[in-house]
Design a protein around this ligand. Structure first.
Ligand code: ATP
Ligand code: MG
Length: 573
């Protein structure tokens, strides 16, 4: 048996590298053994599954180490932000099942940040640059070549102070000047080459209105916000690795600034970076997601093909399946492309345990049980979920006239066809064994009706039920079902990694990613199901009622098929 030391080291191995760093900090007694994280979305779009990865990490670490994770809206760019996004973000985090401590906004710190920036100017650590953004970019240099200092770099402090105040007036012209930190134009880290701290934006802010006209840049807001709030571990994605020295630098300066007052904090936040989540056959860039929505290439942010959390929710993904998927891919220091098939497998596994089994026929053809009395009906017992007895059962009405799937019948079937064909027996799910006797065709040869005879002794539980029949078909009763529209989704993009292509990403959209079937039938019990209730259409896949489904116009979204048809298609190639 493993001793406790071995168990401990086994546990260590299964910790993510972030958790290992956090545990080390705890062991060393850093920050008075306090753990505080934050999830810092910019409210400029809806959350996608990539954000979910960050959320699982930020909230997960706090939960695991008895800390707290706050929510901070990084709202420093009013031209792109809106309360619509704030609301959706709150909703999506709750859907995933996480609870935040406090809700903060970077805009709550605008005054504090402003005062700190003034202090930096007064101490010769920042200056107003009146060059154009193009000029500033030209002087930046390259990683191997030093940049050129701005002609405004050594202007008098008084001048910079006056212009900084001017930046924050309604008259200030966007792009006419910026505040830059006076750091090192030759530093190999490009982020140190006099980074921009403030810029002019004249769009009203969704919270502060027209109070501010000059806004801090990400690098001059993020670390300081972490510090103001008492964040101990500021976990983010790998693209922020080169920002980290600047993150630390501004906190150093902030400590000096605060040291001149009397509230020195005895802690400092630590930035830790992990790899982004990238998924095959989709895009995650907010710019592209915005374009898809704004150009009506999809049906809004919650189009079930979108990688957004609201899209996945509408499609019928469970939050548990999203979290399980994220858990399974893990956290590393290397960017990778994650396979959509893994996400779908996680969805299938979770829904198998959750979904209520119902009957629906998507491509109907009529089946008449010719020896079943015309005016008779029977209520057949249907188990809601064989994976979970507690889910109970419901009843499905059986009658003489049924709908079955067109694909489940073949007039001249090959030997291995175990569905319906003349002369052979099949079982109708939850009902009887029937033997096909023939079919009727229209003038063009299309099959319009199939006939069969049932064996009255073959109902589940009866003696005749025990004989072996190879196929089991699902069905609904013509007079006891509801018509429904069913939307089937495929990958939104034709190729695995659309972001890696040079061409316009719009050209890579899969035109066949939405298939609408308007002539489907669902049993009455299924017709009552609402958005949010997980369903399995037996033998087909997982489905959920759409948010816009009504009793008069039922609409179901296909969440995922029972099997990975994409893998099968790839095998055939
Ligand atoms: P942008 O900054 O371009 O608007 P963003 O996707 O970085 O978009 P934010 O709102 O800034 O959006 O992201 C909030 C948090 O989510 C950040 O900490 C970011 O690192 C994290 N995040 C964003 N995309 C991913 C992803 N694909 N995988 C993991 N984490 C992500
Ligand atoms: Mg960002």
């Amino acid at each position: 048996m493993a001793n406790s030391e071995e168990i401990k080291s086994e546990e260590k191995k299964s910790l993510s590298f972030v958790e290992q760093l956090v545990e080390k900090d705890l062991e060393e007694g850093k920050n008075a053994k306090r753990i505080q994280t934050r999830f810092p979305p910019e409210p400029n779009g809806y959350l996608h599954i990539g954000h979910a990865k960050a959320i699982c990490m930020d909230f997960g670490v706090a939960e695991k180490y008895n800390g707290v994770c706050n929510l901070r809206f990084d709202d420093t760019n009013p031209s792109k932000e809106d309360t619509e996004y704030v609301d959706s973000i709150l909703n999506d985090i709750q859907w995933l099942g996480f609870k935040w401590g406090n809700i903060y906004y970077a805009s709550d710190y605008f005054q504090k940040l402003w005062d700190f920036a003034v202090w930096m100017i007064e101490n010769g650590k920042a200056y107003i640059d009146e060059q154009t953004s193009e000029q500033i970019a030209e002087q930046k240099g390259t990683p191997t070549q030093a940049g050129v200092e701005s002609p405004y770099r050594n202007r008098p402090v008084e001048e910079s102070l006056e212009l900084f105040n001017k930046m924050n007036t309604p008259e200030a012209v966007e792009g006419s000047m910026v505040l830059r930190a006076k750091l090192d134009m030759a530093n190999p880290n490009m982020h140190f080459r006099d980074p921009i701290m403030y810029r002019i934006i004249q769009t009203p802010h969704h919270r502060t209105g027209t109070k501010w006209h000059a806004y801090p840049m990400y690098d001059f807001a993020h670390g300081q916000s972490d510090y103001f709030e008492g964040v101990t571990h500021s976990i983010c994605t790998l693209e922020f690795v080169p920002h980290r020295p600047l993150y630390d630098k501004f906190i150093d300066e902030l400590k000096v600034y605060e040291g001149e007052g009397d509230n020195i904090h005895d802690f400092r936040p630590r930035q830790i970076e992990f790899n982004r989540l990238n998924l095959t056959y989709t895009v995650m860039s907010k710019r592209k997601l915005h374009a898809l929505v704004d150009e009506h290439l999809v049906d809004g942010w919650d189009d079930p093909r979108m990688p957004t959390l609201c899209g996945m929710r509408r499609r019928g993904y469970s939050p548990e399946s999203v979290r399980k998927f994220i858990d399974s891919i893990g956290y590393t220091k290397f960017d990778a492309l994650n396979d959509m098939a893994l996400l779908e497998a996680a969805v299938r596994e979770d829904l198998n345990a959750k979904a209520t089994r119902v009957s629906a026929v998507l491509n109907p053809v009529k089946l008449v049980i010719t020896n079943y009395p015309e005016d008779m009906t029977e209520e057949m017992e249907a188990i809601n979920n064989p994976e979970n007895e507690a889910d109970g059962k419901h009843y499905i009405t059986f009658s003489r006239n049924l709908w079955i799937e067109r694909e489940d019948f073949m007039e001249d079937a090959p030997k291995k066809f175990f569905r319906m064909t003349p002369g052979k027996e099949v079982r109708l799910k939850n009902a009887y064994i029937v033997k096909c006797t023939g079919c009727t065709k229209d003038e063009e040869g299309n099959i319009i009706e199939i006939q069969a005879e049932y064996d009255p002794t073959s109902k589940s539980g009866m003696e005749g039920a025990n004989r072996k029949v190879k196929g089991t078909l699902h069905w609904v009763s013509v007079d006891h079902c509801k018509k429904a529209e069913v939307r089937e989704y495929d990958r939104l993009f034709k190729i695995e990694n659309p972001s890696a292509e040079e061409c316009d990403f719009r050209d890579l959209i899969n035109e066949d990613s939405l298939k609408i079937r308007t002539n489907c039938y669902v049993e009455d019990f299924a017709a009552e199901k609402k958005a949010g209730e997980y369903l399995q259409f037996q033998r087909i896949g997982y489905f959920m009622a759409d948010k816009n489904s009504t009793a008069d116009h039922l609409v179901f979204n296909k969440t995922v098929g029972l099997k990975d048809t994409w893998a099968k298609m790839a095998d055939k190639k």
